[in-house]
Structure formats: structure tokens, C-alpha cells
Design a protein around this ligand. Structure first.
Ligand SMILES: Cc1cc2nc3c(=O)[nH]c(=O)nc-3n(C[C@H](O)[C@H](O)[C@H](O)COP(=O)(O)O)c2cc1C
Length: 206
């Protein structure tokens, strides 16, 4: 019976999860505008750990301030954000749960109202929902962004997270999806170029 496995531990990489109950990433918007943790953010997740969830995957942590899709989401773009999230992971671990930080960049799925500047994305094609025309990332900006994912993952480690989940949509997926990539990418940039960002992030070492 499948149900009997629900309460069995499982190893994911070098992480031992006490059971098969997993909270997926869900934006709560409970952090401070500077991306630091609040008591509300911590206690919201702590309740889940208390309730026995084996693995909690947080909502998306922005890897740069301009990558925020909402005002109150967490961030891991500077070291001042580490202590609050170290307290967060400590409070989750107290109940035996594992906690993974989802890291991301919103790409075109944000607005000037949220980030105070024009959104940056793989192409200058607006998000069909938000309708704001983003600026196209340059090659150097893309390389820098790959590094920012690595830096954020390292900060997550310093803050005591058990792992990171690299958000596969927004900026990463837009590079590989035909509809959001302009002609220059389809004709002049072969598939291997368009997949550089998703390809390089998992290989970063800190
Ligand atoms: C309010 C809300 C916020 C979400 N935020 C995120 C997020 O930050 N990152 C993510 O990858 N998915 C996010 N999702 C998607 C969920 O993690 C989940 O994959 C989706 O709800 C499908 O699962 P379900 O069919 O069990 O609802 C969100 C979903 C909801 C409803």
C-alpha cells in the first residue's frame, strides 16, 4: 500500500527527510521589503514543522532585489539577510523537519511598482498578465545573474537550509521557451546558448 510509505523516511541526495509529506513553494509575502525574515514568516512555517511535515520548501527567495515578483518575498542577495533566516531554519529543525529554500528571479513577471525599476528579462516581450515591457538582459548581465544564483545558494547554506530548489520558471524557463524568446535567440542563438542559464546554475560551486 502506498499510504504506508508516507510515514517512512526518504533520502534525497544527502538529506534524510523523516516522512513523505512535502510543503511545496507558496508565496506568502510575509517578509520585510528588504527581503529579511519577519516573525510572521518564521512562525507561519514553524506551525507546519510542528504539525509534522517532513520537508518544507519555502516560497521563492529573490537572488537580486530586481528579481522580486512581490514586495514581501524573502531574499538572499546580501549577507544581512542571513541571520534572520538562520533563526528561521533553527526553529524548523527543532521539530525534525527539513527545509529547502527556493531561489529565483522573477524576470518579466514583476513590475516597476514592485522593484522600482524596469523589469529585466531574456527578451523585451511583456508578460501577458502584467503587460510591462521588460528590458532585455545583456550577455554580461546573464553571466552575472548565474553567479547571483550561486551566491544566494551559498547564503542559504550559511543560514542552515538543507538545500535549495532552483525555480524552473520565470527567468530560467523564459530562456528556453520559444514564445518568450525573440527571433535573435531562435535564429542566431542555437539551443545550447538559450539553455546556458538553466544549464550553468546547477553546476555552480561555492
Ligand atoms: C498562493 C500560491 C503561491 C505559490 N507560489 C509558488 C512559488 O513561490 N514557487 C513555486 O514554484 N510555486 C508556487 N506555487 C505553486 C505551488 O507550489 C504548487 O506547485 C501548485 O499549487 C500545484 O500544486 P497543487 O496542484 O497541489 O495545488 C504557488 C501556488 C499557490 C497557490
Amino acid at each position: 500500500m502506498v499510504v504506508k510509505h508516507l510515514f517512512k523516511s526518504i533520502r534525497i541526495g544527502n538529506m534524510e527527510v523523516p516522512n513523505r509529506f512535502v510543503v511545496p513553494a507558496m508565496v506568502m509575502n510575509y517578509c520585510n521589503e528588504d527581503g529579511t525574515a519577519t516573525e510572521r514568516f518564521i512562525s507561519y512555517h514553524e506551525e507546519k514543522a510542528k504539525g509534522g511535515w517532513g520537508l518544507i520548501i519555502t516560497e521563492n527567495f529573490a537572488v537580486v532585489p530586481e528579481g522580486k515578483g512581490f514586495v514581501g518575498i524573502p531574499g538572499l542577495w546580501n549577507d544581512d539577510q542571513i541571520p534572520g533566516f538562520a533563526e528561521f531554519t533553527k526553529r524548523i529543525h527543532k521539530y525534525g523537519s527539513k527545509v529547502v529554500a527556493q531561489i529565483y528571479h522573477a524576470g518579466r513577471q514583476t513590475s516597476r511598482q514592485v522593484i522600482g525599476t524596469t523589469p529585466k528579462a531574456p527578451s523585451a516581450i511583456p508578460c501577458p498578465v502584467l503587460q510591462e515591457v521588460p528590458e532585455e538582459l545583456t550577455i554580461d548581465e546573464i553571466k552575472d545573474l548565474v553567479e547571483k544564483f550561486g551566491d544566494a545558494a551559498y547564503r542559504a547554506k550559511l543560514a542552515g537550509f538543507d538545500g535549495v530548489e532552483v525555480h524552473g520558471a520565470r527567468v530560467r524557463r523564459k530562456f528556453t521557451k520559444q514564445a518568450a524568446v525573440p527571433l535573435r535567440d531562435n535564429s542566431q542563438h542555437p539551443q545550447e546558448n538559450r539553455t546556458q542559464l538553466p544549464h550553468h546554475i546547477p553546476h555552480l560551486r561555492r
